[in-house]
Design a protein around this ligand. Sequence first.
Ligand code: HEC
Length: 132
Amino acid sequence: MRKLSQISWLFWAGSFCWLACQSATKQTGEGIDVQVAVASDSLDAATGLVVDDELSVVVGNCTACHSAQLITQNRATREGWHSMIVWMQENHKLWDLGENEAVILDYLEEHYAPEAVGRRKNLENIEWYDLN
Ligand code: HEC
């Protein structure tokens, strides 16, 4: 009986340490992320988009239907961004962007391009298909 209680004590102590370590690692990880974000571009507090001259045009046309996170989570070439715009126009009632299209593409190409380092070459000539 005594042995059993020792074992269960070890189990609880062990779980506690494990949990403590988990949360400690997580906190360090978040700290690093924040530093990287601050060190690179400055971000718009409301949307999380990179601040630049074209920001208001992008916010005005690209955050009416969904959160800006769909943009900040994505990376694509100019062609890739263009196909997403066409896809939304064909399937989700995105309006004709007129002269703003080039402005928006300049912005997306500059700030949300695929990262070159350590990645395979980007796919090109992707055949987009409807999801619905
Ligand atoms: C008229 C509404 C509307 C507007 C305006 C709009 N979108 Fe979308 N967009 C959508 C819908 C609907 C989806 C699909 C959402 C989902 O899958 O949950 C989408 C999805 C996306 C995605 C994800 C695509 C993928 O492959 O997962 C990105 C990126 C995106 N939009 C960027 C933009 C950009 C950039 C603009 C500005 C040019 C924009 N959106 C403006 C409706 C819109």
